[in-house]
Design a binder for this molecule. Sequence first.
Ligand code: F6R
Length: 365
Amino acid sequence: TLEGYAHYMLKEIYEQPHSITNALRGRLDKDNATAKFGGLNLTTQQLRSVERIVLTGCGTSWHSALVGEYLFEELARIPVEVEYASELRYRNPPTDRDTVIFGITQSGETADTLAALREMKRKGHHTLAICNVIGSSIAQEADGGIYLHAGPEIGVASTKAFTSQLTVLSMLALYFGRLRHLSYEAGQRIIAQLEMLPEVIQKTLECHEHVKHIAARYADATNFLYLGRKYNFPTALEGALKLKEISYIHAEGYPAAEMKHGPIALVDEHTPSVFIVPNGTVYDKVLSNLQEVKARGGPVIAIVDHEDPQVANLADEVIMIPQIEDFLQPIVASIPLQLLSYEIALLRGCDVDMPRNLAKSVTVE
Ligand code: F6R
């Protein structure tokens, strides 16, 4: 039931402190500074000899995969490929023997993801599901996997499943990292960050009223750009997808630096750009991308994680999120983006939970 919320999407956005707690539960092994999973169905030796990881999925789950790629590279130093399941199933990529495939899927019923996993399994690869719905087709067919335990996601636009996917991928990257070079201290630090997440998300939700005011100013726009770099490039893609699917406003997400290779031509005073610009290694770079947009008269909505006079001077709107290390920023920065699309869709009179032309699980090709 809606439990007093106006829509399932809103309820699910607000459930995230809780759904992330459930994703973390029983999976952090502090003594060994690692994570643990019950159902991967591979021995430690087999996991240690994984040479390559393929992450596949569709839509929002594909965005999670993109974050997963950066996580595995940085924390575990394992080469990763991210594939749209719909492409992977009809391609014939050469894959090494020690390649493991993760299918990322909320519903566990997405036809393309199921077919891609089947094809990889047929080739003899170990297939794993990162899945929310217990007993779903993909959960059953995969050789092993990890459940999100996010609870039912009813709103067609994925919200809590996305942040739970990212939480699980972070723990997985920690786990694979600890099998390899990642130090005990680094593992401890990552665990401490993961443990902070539920509280941090709770705090982030306090931006709702402010985001609602911002939504009112931009609800009539016909185009939006979402820009971020590194871990927040997929955040930008996901922000744009959320806006598209429930408000029917055209939106594009890009790595912020790609702007100058074409999309910047779209910038004018009617095209807002949402910049995800928290502190981190690419902060200065994103800031200069923001300046480029501002210089062309585009309104800027900036997401920051500290009092930031430089951004405040340039941006038209500033949304503050709590600080967290960069590899977890997509989880936190997605919250205001979910709320922004929700509020804009409401103002435009859209059916937030059942957007036109969309189904919760895409069981046909
Ligand atoms: C976006 C959305 C879709 C799904 C995609 C994959 O909000 O809901 O893009 O993410 O259809 O679905 P699952 O994760 O169930 O395989």
